[in-house]
Write a protein that binds this ligand. Structure first.
Ligand code: NAI
Length: 699
């Protein structure tokens, strides 16, 4: 049972009890329906209160049941709401804390509603690419008016009960309780006060109109269309609310169901639901149970106050955790400190940060030139130059000074964390924390688990990631970890496209049309082409047989490192970021093509996108097979939060699933005939080949 039933005097109280948020999964729905039957059959009961135990009235439908038979199994949400509406005895919803989505909809079916102050009320289905599917679109406008309901349903964000209760003419709440604590008692008293009222009021019988009708909905639709871009659901929210004003209630309900079901099948909704689940799944590590003991992290030390060290420090200052930064020279410390100040000051100027908050954060930051000052820190994050020799020196120092039990983390983006761990006598305490630039902005944190990293260390760093509001994804040790290992194949493929006939702008445009925030060449110019150059030089020694296009090296030989040198794949005007196509670069690419003896051909946007995205997919499959990532959805989270992969496509692995792995492999086989791809590039990873043969998918 996931609801408790008790009778207080002549009032039956049904308390949903399905932690953590009383999700309306099948068992909870069944318990609600049973409670209603029991109360109606009991002659001693005159009225009924429905409420929720613990931290919520109800957080909504149980997302784990989406797409399974349980989601629709009777009694489904609609049947429960009909049972509420049809109850011969008045039903009062006693709402507190959270009443959202499929949790709010049954309350809207109740005859009366009483809410505690501070209750978050929302219909957030649009965030999953859907519209509310159990009458929310038909009932909310009837109790809050069309405009308020439309704003809430299109935006999906929670609104506090006291704000809604203050709206003139609102019929959402019949009463507000004095406090959250007194809600239960007040709800029972309220139920007693309406026990004999007949006929029972129903939201479905209220009128639903907007005085400006057509003009208002036209305006709303235009606004929403502009904002929704690649997502169909927001405009459908407008449509269905307009239908609520034009149709009888039951016809509105039928239309709601029809639109809901159609949206459920869209790739955009599938992507958003996938991300919702993937985000939560990322923190679950198969062999590290949630109750793994964690170490206490009350202070952080950061080695290196450069680009990354500064941004990393800000994350902790923002979370109220003191940081001590170490550098080799005072000038470097001063520079790092000035950058942090500048960042915060620009937030203050924009009104995003209050002056006193800024000062509080800066007060948590101290600096030092001496390792001995770090000995009390609970965790240290190294962000010095990307050279193994430098890392070795730093980690030997850290091993010497840090207190026992301190966590020693490296922000290395390509080096072997296991080798770094061996520089210390405590490899179990060493871990990789790979932040993305700018580290105070980017959501992604790749948590690199070394061979010897302790489970408690991993659990601690994952929890810390949550505290600083990152999306943390665990990666095993390999060159580039998850994200950069995949981007290497993507970059190689981008180079081959140039060799075969594309211009950088053609490739970028195709990929940006697909939905990427930035194409590979604009991205290179932003990040600095010299960084990739240095990595390729190192890799050329480790993997001399790996074939690359030479164009990127030639570009760097010309000193065209990107925006920082006002010239890269594109030209840049001083102080501006607009990428202007460069004749010089295009000529360089043509000349190189001639050297290779390749006759250029026109390559379609579709082929460009497939070659780039499938190179990610195939490497992703290798990464899964090698155990570097434990789930395909982790790879998607890395790409969505760290590499600008279009959200409405749900990440590379889900995208491949949606295209169909068979189709992906067929395209890859076609690409094997390209002049620049050595056959091995498009050899399907064993996992991809196996899943395709078994007609399976990554998810
Ligand atoms: P950076 O060159 O901006 O900063 C490095 C800082 O470390 C400099 O201020 C330098 O003075 C200091 N430093 C060097 N040796 C030191 C030592 N022995 N003791 C104390 N301080 C020392 O470099 P950046 O970009 O911040 O990179 C740092 C690390 O983060 C590297 O491992 C890099 O691969 C990694 N990383 C960089 C990203 C980026 O986009 N820049 C992204 C993700 C990781």
């Amino acid at each position: 049972m996931t609801a408790d039933y008790k009778v207080l005097g002549d009032v039956a109280v049904i308390t949903m009890n399905n932690p953590p948020v009383n999700g309306l999964g099948h068992a909870t729905r069944l318990a609600l329906a049973d409670g209603l039957s029991k109360a109606n059959a009991d002659g001693a009961v005159k009225a009924i209160v429905i409420t929720g135990a613990g931290k919520a009235f109800s957080g909504g439908a149980d997302i784990k049941e989406f797409g399974t038979h349980k989601a629709l199994a009777e009694p489904n949400l609609l049947s429960v709401i009909i049972a509420v509406e049809n109850s011969a005895k008045p039903v009062v919803a006693a709402m507190h804390s959270v009443a959202m989505g499929g949790g709010l909809e049954p309350a809207l079916g109740c005859h009366y509603r009483i809410a505690a102050p501070g209750t978050s009320v929302a219909l957030p289905e649009v965030k999953l690419g859907l519209i509310p599917g159990a009458g929310g679109t038909q009932r909310l406008p009837r109790v809050l008016g069309v405009e308020t309901a439309l704003n809430m349903i299109v935006g999906g964000d929670p609104v506090k009960s006291e704000l809604l209760a203050s709206l003139p003419g609102q019929k959402l709440f019949d009463k507000m309780s004095a406090s959250a604590e007194s809600l239960a008692e007040e709800a029972v008293a309220f139920a007693q006060s309406v026990a004999d009222t007949r006929p029972l009021p129903l939201v479905r019988n209220l009128p639903c109109k907007h005085p400006q009708g057509d003009a208002y909905f036209q305006f709303a639709r235009n606004m929403v269309k502009g904002m929704a871009k690649n997502f169909p659901a927001p405009v459908k929210c407008v449509d269905i609310i307009e239908m609520a004003t034009r149709n009888k209630f039951d016809e509105g309900m039928r239309l709601e169901r029809e639109i809901f079901t159609n949206l459920m099948l869209t790739p955009e909704s599938r992507a958003l639901r996938h991300i919702f689940v993937a985000e939560r799944a990322a923190s679950k590590i198969p062999d590290v149970p949630e109750d793994t003991p964690k170490r206490e992290i009350k202070s952080i030390a950061v080695i290196g106050a450069g680009t990354m060290g500064g941004g990393i420090s800000m994350n902790f200052l923002n979370a109220g955790i003191p940081v001590k930064m170490l550098e080799m020279k005072q000038e470097a410390l001063d520079r790092g400190l000035a950058t942090i100040r500048k960042n915060y000051e620009s937030q203050v100027k924009k009104g995003k940060l209050k002056q006193d908050k800024y000062e509080q954060r800066m007060a948590l930051l101290t600096t030092t030139l001496s390792y001995d000052d770090l000995k009390d820190a609970d965790m240290v994050i190294e962000a010095v130059f990307e050279e193994m020799g430098v890392k070795e020196k730093v980690f030997k120092e850290l091993d010497r000074v840090m207190k026992p039990g301190a966590i020693l983390a490296s922000n290395t983006s390509t080096l072997d964390v296991d080798q770094i761990a061996e520089f210390t006598k405590r490899p179990q305490d060493v871990i990789g924390t790979h932040f993305f630039s700018p580290a105070n902005v980017m959501k992604l944190l790749e948590v690199v688990r070394g061979k010897k990293t302790g489970k408690d260390v991993l659990a601690t760093v994952m929890a810390l990631g949550k505290k600083i509001k990152k999306t943390s994804v665990v990666s095993g040790v390999c060159d580039g970890f998850i994200g950069n290992r995949m981007i290497e194949q993507y970059s190689r493929q981008a180079g081959f496209l140039l060799d075969e006939g594309c211009t950088p702008q053609q490739v970028d445009k195709a990929v940006e049309k697909f939905g990427f925030a930035m194409g590979p060449f604009r991205m290179g110019d932003l990040a600095g082409n010299d960084i990739g150059w240095a990595i390729r030089k190192r890799r050329a020694q480790e993997r001399p047989n790996m074939l690359y296009s030479r164009t990127a090296d030639k570009l760097c030989e010309l000193g065209r490192f990107g925006q920082k040198t006002s010239a890269g794949w594109y030209d840049y005007q001083a102080g501006k970021r607009d990428a202007i196509p460069s004749d010089l670069v295009n000529k360089m690419i043509e000349d190189h093509r001639k050297e290779l003896g390749i006759t250029p051909r026109k390559i379609s946007d579709e082929e460009i996108v497939q070659r780039l995205v499938y190179s990610l997919v195939n490497e992703g499959a290798h990464i899964l097979e090698d155990g570097i990532a434990t789930k395909a959805s982790d790879i998607d989270m890395v790409y969505l939060t760290g590499y600008g992969f279009p959200v409405f496509r749900g990440g590379p692995m889900l995208y491949a699933d949606q295209v169909g792995l068979f189709n992906v492999v067929q395209s890859m086989k076609r690409f094997q005939k390209n002049p620049r791809d050595d056959a091995s590039f498009w050899e399907p990873a064993p996992l991809l080949a196996r899943l395709t043969a078994e007609a399976k998918s990554f998810s």
